[in-house]
Write a protein of this length. Structure first.
Length: 70
């Protein structure tokens, strides 16, 4: 991986959502967290992912995005 690139990681858990921007060598540059409201449905979680990623996009242009969920 090229260390000049920035990568986004999305982790959707049972109680929280995290979105990070990291360098190619694994240094976390920014981290955003919010609560997950599972009872409100998948649409609310998708909207939260989008909002957090757009907030990071104000500062970084990702070369790639990885997503993980439990």
């Amino acid at each position: 991986m090229n260390e000049t690139h920035v990568y986004f990681g999305v982790e959707i858990g049972g109680t929280k959502l995290q979105v990070i921007a990291a360098s190619g060598d694994g240094v976390v540059l920014r981290q955003r967290r919010t609560s997950v409201r599972r009872g409100e449905g998948a649409g609310v979680i998708r909207d939260a992912v989008l909002a957090e990623m757009l907030a990071l996009r104000e500062e970084f242009e990702p070369a790639a995005v990885g997503v993980g969920f439990g």
